[in-house]
Design a binder for this molecule. Structure first.
Ligand code: DON
Length: 304
């Protein structure tokens, strides 16, 4: 299918939409990005790409990186991973601490911060140089030569990460953390501060739309069963306490980040990345959600 026309149609309709929402200023460096940036890239199952707007503008991928660390951990550890992190929607904000205490240090899912800290801890136990391994993995799945971290964003988050430190200490107090909190926070903020553009991000998720097969290296990243599970987690937990709303309005499996990015997949068809920095009250990129809702509505296709 030629997606270019429809992407441009939705893009131009949304350009008119007033820029409302809040930048992720709890990471001070992200408070200074241009809120008007707006980009889209869709890559279909054959690798054909369709782009519009600021699709080549790099941005902080933030929580989108949690999908990559989950895949790295799950593909090595298998079902044992679920002893340390659950697979249920949390119904709470991504940085919630209370639920972790109620539930004895077992995070609800791998995409809230507590769950992602556990998967990062797992990756660190598997690989002595976890930071490089994560970048290498993303580079491999996206067919991109190198993946870079924005050191300013990383430092900026580390300096204001009291809540994530609290979450990590809570995990430690329940015996659900193998590494030291400072070492873990270093690796976690490093992968959150990775910068990619929509084109690179859409490519990095294409194997999830392709039953686990990576067309860029012609290798199987995950088998079909594991791919199904990662996509199911994105559908049920990828947007935190707005996951139901995303499934209801958009009908794709996806993941957001407070840097303004959203990536979504329609298995068997395409992977798409949308970038628009202002966030709604749930911490998800407001215009990107509208874009995807309009796209699946106009195309008449979704998971359902
Ligand atoms: O830990 C944090 O708060 C950030 N590094 C990532 C949060 C995030 O992207 C939530 N997504 N919408």
């Amino acid at each position: 299918m030629d997606y270019q026309e429809i992407i441009e149609e939705v893009y131009h309709e949304l350009l008119q939409m007033p820029v409302k929402g809040k930048l992720a200023d709890y990471i001070p460096e992200l408070a200074s990005v241009d809120p008007n940036q707006f980009g889209v890239c869709l890559v279909d199952k054959n690798g054909e790409e369709f782009q519009c707007g600021d699709s080549l503008q790099p941005f902080s991928i933030q929580s989108i990186s949690k999908v990559h660390t989950l895949v790295l951990a799950y593909s090595q550890v298998g079902v044992d991973l679920w002893k340390r992190v659950n697979v249920e929607p949390s119904g709470n904000p991504f940085n919630n601490l209370a639920q972790l205490e109620y539930e004895n240090g077992i995070p609800r899912n791998p995409f809230i911060n507590s769950g992602a800290l556990v998967t990062t801890d797992t990756v660190m136990s598997l690989y002595p140089n976890a930071k490089e391994e994560i970048k290498q993995f993303i580079s491999n799945v996206s067919g991109e030569e190198s993946i870079v971290v924005n050191e300013n964003v990383k430092r900026s988050e580390l300096a204001c990460a009291s809540r994530n430190y609290a979450v990590a200490h809570m995990l430690k107090s329940y015996g659900n953390l193998q590494r030291e909190v400072d070492d873990l926070m270093e690796v976690y903020t490093d992968h959150c501060a990775i910068e990619m553009n929509c084109y690179q991000l859409a490519k990095s998720f294409l194997y999830l739309a392709n039953h686990g097969h990576n067309i860029y290296t012609d290798t199987q990243i995950l088998d079909r069963g594991l791919t199904k599970r990662i996509n199911a987690l994105m559908l049920t937990c990828g947007f935190y306490d707005e996951a139901g709303e995303f499934a209801f309005r958009v009908g794709l499996a996806g993941k957001s980040g407070v840097g303004g990015g959203v990536v979504a997949v329609l298995p068997g068809e395409f992977s798409i990345a949308v970038y628009s920095p202002p966030l709604n009250r749930k911490g998800n990129p407001r215009k990107a959600l509208y874009f995807l809702e309009m796209l699946t509505t106009k195309l008449g296709i979704s998971l359902f």
